[in-house]
Design a protein around this ligand. Structure first.
Ligand code: DQA
Length: 149
């Protein structure tokens, strides 16, 4: 039987993870993060489709393409705070959606404290560093198993 595939989508500037404000986002690169997500998902019996784009429309197209995946983990970066188009695309997703932010957006500038995505997401994980991606994968896997919460 084929394993469930969880989409992990990353928005603008996350391609420069490791180089970009390491005091905020840490020193791990996006490639390191992808390897960790793949390994963590493997332990949960799932595969990962890990992607990044700096372009809003590309992210919309990715979400449309992956809308029937087992679940979606999304860190939309700054588009979180601006994009009704990404929100509308997420509303098409059939499985659970976990919104992730590496930093604690609530402890930062005021404009980061509103998300267009949170109320269409199943859950939100902020401020846990890149561990948040693993927590999000676990949350989706637990829902696939018919788990509570
Ligand atoms: C971010 C927080 C956003 O406000 C910011 O624009 C990002 C990264 C985070 O992971 O903490 O690009 O989503």
């Amino acid at each position: 039987m084929s394993r469930p595939v969880i989409a992990v989508l990353n928005g603008p500037n996350l391609n420069l993870l490791g180089e970009r404000q390491p005091e905020v986002y840490g020193s791990e690169t996006l490639a390191d993060l992808e390897r960790r997500c793949v390994a963590h998902a493997d332990g949960l019996g799932c595969d990962v489709d890990f992607r990044q784009s700096n372009h809003e429309g590309d992210l919309v197209s990715m979400i449309q393409e992956l809308r029937r995946s087992a679940g979606v983990v999304i860190n939309a970066g700054a588009y979180t705070h601006t994009s009704i188009a990404i929100r509308d695309a997420l509303a098409l997703v059939q499985g659970p959606i976990i919104e992730v932010h590496i930093s604690n957006v609530h402890a930062r500038e005021g404009f980061r404290q509103h998300s267009y995505l949170s109320d269409v997401a199943t859950g939100v994980i902020v401020g846990c560093g890149t561990l948040g991606y693993e927590l999000a994968l676990s949350a989706i896997a637990s829902k696939l198993d018919g788990g509570v919460g």
